[in-house]
Design a binder for this molecule. Structure first.
Ligand SMILES: [Zn+2]
Length: 50
């Protein structure tokens, strides 16, 4: 029998942070792979807002 859970993408394993502007959690994104340590905002809008 094949494992049906195989299709599940392990999104939960991605690191997350809290946006300093909206205080909401956001997950790691590919575009941040080089500077995840410096990321503070979930979006451009939040970055501009602050
Ligand atoms: Zn935000």
């Amino acid at each position: 029998m094949k494992n049906h859970k195989q299709k599940t993408i392990k999104k939960a394993d991605l690191p997350t942070k809290i946006c300093v502007t909206c205080q909401r959690p956001f997950a790691w994104r590919k575009k941040w792979e080089r500077d995840w340590e410096q990321v503070k905002y979930c979006s451009k809008a939040c970055r501009r807002d602050n």
